[in-house]
Design a protein around this ligand. Structure first.
Ligand code: TRP
Ligand code: SF4
Length: 325
């Protein structure tokens, strides 16, 4: 069976964007691959080193959501990066062979420095972010790495580092391939991309009542000011959710209703909202069960850490021998 590795920074409670982006994809992959999924808490420090207070709780919250959506600890290894010290050792060794220009030309690096104003990102750790990511990936000899397009350059860089390592020290690592997660860009309540930091998200743990309230207020076609104004679904952010959630008949019904001003926006949204609530019902049931046993998430991670640790120790033995340490 081929191996898959992917990680996510601990962002706390996850939202619908995560579910339709990475999570559903991960849940599907665990049937066909040996999967390692981890909380990238060291990566969180590369940008949030000045405010590390939330990392512990965010890690647990995120892992709780992972289990709630159906990542199954019987089928995949769920662990925490900072618990496997070998990632730091491999990062160090890879940093020796990674030319600086490879890091400096990384598009994500340039972009983030520009975007995250107010944070001093002129650090060694931030520049080396993709080297740490390469260590994460090859530690488990990943064949495939499921990520969104934004992360693809990092996997590309990992491949280059692997080629260099194998050339210098012998063929130890497979070159991992990107398994591109289809970017189903989910609009948030204000029409921008759904994101916790935009405060426009529907969280997986929101109650049905909160979901209903949030989505009832979601932005619609701005041209539809009054009930009697006809609208255009394609210009309506809420309708993007209809397209994901509703049946063909429902989409037909609301599209016609919108264009003829036959239905109001609230009635239109109700058709979609019931699907969102239904989709999240089993997730929330699982979450409620987990919250009754607060030790469980920690236990799952502890077990995953042990399994990851064993595999990492094997890899590092090979690596040290190859380099001659
Ligand atoms: N950099 C990734 C992100 O911000 C998280 C990550 C860290 C990762 N290590 C990884 C993803 C290894 C895939 C494989 O989303
Ligand atoms: Fe959007 Fe529906 Fe309102 Fe049309 S009727 S603007 S599709 S919410």
């Amino acid at each position: 069976m081929e191996t898959i590795v992917s990680g996510a920074r601990p962002t706390g409670r996850l939202h619908l964007g995560h579910l339709h982006g990475a999570l559903k994809n991960w849940v599907g992959l665990q049937k066909d691959y040996r999967c390692f999924f981890f909380v990238a808490d060291w990566h969180a420090l590369t940008t949030d080193y000045a405010t590390p207070q939330g990392i512990q709780q965010s890690s647990i919250e995120m892992a709780t959501d992972w289990l709630s959506v159906g990542l199954d600890p019987q089928r995949c290894v769920l662990f925490r990066q900072s618990r496997i010290k070998a990632h730091a050792e491999l990062h160090l060794l890879l940093s020796m062979i990674t030319p600086l220009p490879w890091l400096e030309r990384n598009p994500t690096y340039k972009e983030q420095i520009k975007e995250l104003v107010g944070k001093d990102l002129s650090t060694y750790g931030f520049l080396g972010y993709p080297v740490l990511q390469a260590a994460d990936i090859i530690m488990y000899k990943a064949n495939k790495v499921p990520v969104g397009v934004d992360q693809a350059p990092h996997v590309e860089l990992t491949r280059e580092i692997v080629r260099r390592f194998n050339q210098l020290y012998g063929p130890i690592f497979p070159e991992p391939e990107v398994l591109l997660t289809e970017a189903q860009r989910l609009p948030g309540l204000d029409g921008r991309k759904m994101s916790k930091s935009y405060n426009n998200a529907v969280f997986l743990s929101d109650s049905p009542k909160e979901i209903d309230q949030k989505l009832s207020r979601m932005m619609t076609d701005p041209a539809r000011v009054r009930r009697q104004d006809p609208g255009e679904p394609e210009k309506c952010p809420a309708f993007q959710l209809h397209k994901i959630y509703c049946t063909a008949d429902e989409i037909d019904y609301v599209s016609k209703g919108c264009r003829t001003a036959g239905i109001g926006c609230l009635d239109c949204k109700k058709v979609m909202i019931k699907h969102v609530i239904a989709e999240l019902a089993p997730v929330q049931e699982k979450r409620a069960a987990l919250e009754k046993r607060p030790a469980e998430v920690g236990d799952v991670l502890a077990t995953g850490n042990r399994v990851a640790q064993e595999k990492a120790a094997e890899t590092m033995d090979e690596v040290r021998a190859a380099i001659g340490l």
